[in-house]
Design a protein around this ligand. Structure first.
Ligand code: NAP
Length: 263
């Protein structure tokens, strides 16, 4: 499944927000398959239960806690539950996010606030609670799942781009503040990722260019999970404060130029 040894995360505990679905679920599975005990946290209990059972059947020790990452006290409860049940917390993946495609004029005041609250404030809440309770004392890793377009102008994503730009900023600041405590903080900017709700929401919306990216194919959830694994492993021990694109080169192919004969 990956190039890493199966037991590299043995004796580690990981929290994946939004870990019951999509990319977060694959991240939870990947960390679990490499030995970590997992907690997934999000709002819909039926998804949490189903995913915890599915991962459990695959041999992964996985608990779930219901939580809205916008609420500081709920987030603190998640961290306390992890410590109560597993005794520690080493890895935090801030993956939970909200999104819907809409032009600026089509986003309500509440819709804009909600996306910024989930993506940015949620990431802050989880980061703060996990650091104060555990990471500050034992070191560890935070990986924020961000997006590939916040440094450009991408239509229909004003709310998400603004929120994820904040997440990138928080990644750098927390890497600087937490570095002396042995905590590395990095972010992953996924490109369009196949078989996710995130992609489903864009069904029917036309993208420019006839190839998804320079590598020529749409990425998979495991591509993102593998980068998380790399970032929480010793292989990346001198990397912190970085936002790493996992997008097949989409973000560096600005004009998508092609000769007329090229297909
Ligand atoms: P997804 O399946 O919609 O996952 C979002 C998750 O976040 C869900 O499990 C959801 O669960 C949870 N969540 C939403 N609001 C929450 C809240 N207030 N509190 C706690 N949990 C909440 O999305 P995805 O497509 O896999 O995306 C995962 C991450 O990758 C996101 O950060 C997204 O921005 C990023 N990303 C995705 C793509 C893509 O192509 N899919 C591209 C670029 C970036 P509940 O609704 O049950 O709470």
């Amino acid at each position: 499944m990956t190039v890493f040894r199966d037991d590299i995360l043995q004796s580690k505990v990981a929290l994946v927000t939004g870990g019951a679905t999509g990319i977060g679920k694959q991240i939870a599975r990947c960390l679990g398959r490499h030995g970590a005990k997992i907690c997934i946290a999000s709002r819909k209990q039926e998804n949490l239960v189903a995913t915890a059972e599915e991962l459990g059947a695959e041999g992964i020790e996985c608990i779930w806690v219901r939580c809205d990452v916008r609420e500081g006290q709920e987030v603190e409860h998640v961290v306390n539950e992890i410590v109560r049940q597993f005794g520690q917390l080493d890895i935090v993946v801030n993956n939970a996010a909200g999104n819907f495609p809409a032009p600026i004029q089509g986003i309500s005041y509440n819709g804009f606030r909600s996306v910024v609250d989930i993506d940015l404030r949620g990431t802050y809440n989880v980061t703060k609670a996990a650091f104060e309770s555990q990471l500050k004392y034992r070191g560890g890793h935070i990986v924020n799942i961000t997006a590939p377009f916040q440094n450009m102008g991408v239509s229909l994503q004003a709310h998400v781009a603004a929120a994820k730009a904040g997440v990138d900023s928080l990644t750098r600041t927390s890497a600087v503040e937490f570095g002396p405590h042995g905590v590395r903080v990095n972010a992953i900017a996924p490109g369009a990722t196949a078989d996710t709700e995130g992609m489903d929401r864009f069904e029917g919306i036309e993208a420019g260019g006839d190839s998804p990216c320079p590598l020529g194919y749409v990425g998979a959830k495991q591509d993102i999970a593998s980068m998380v694994l790399f970032l929480v492993s010793e292989a990346s021990s001198y990397v912190t404060g970085q936002v790493i694109a996992v997008d097949g080169g989409t973000s560096i192919d600005l004009f998508k130029l092609k000769l007329p004969t090229e297909s």
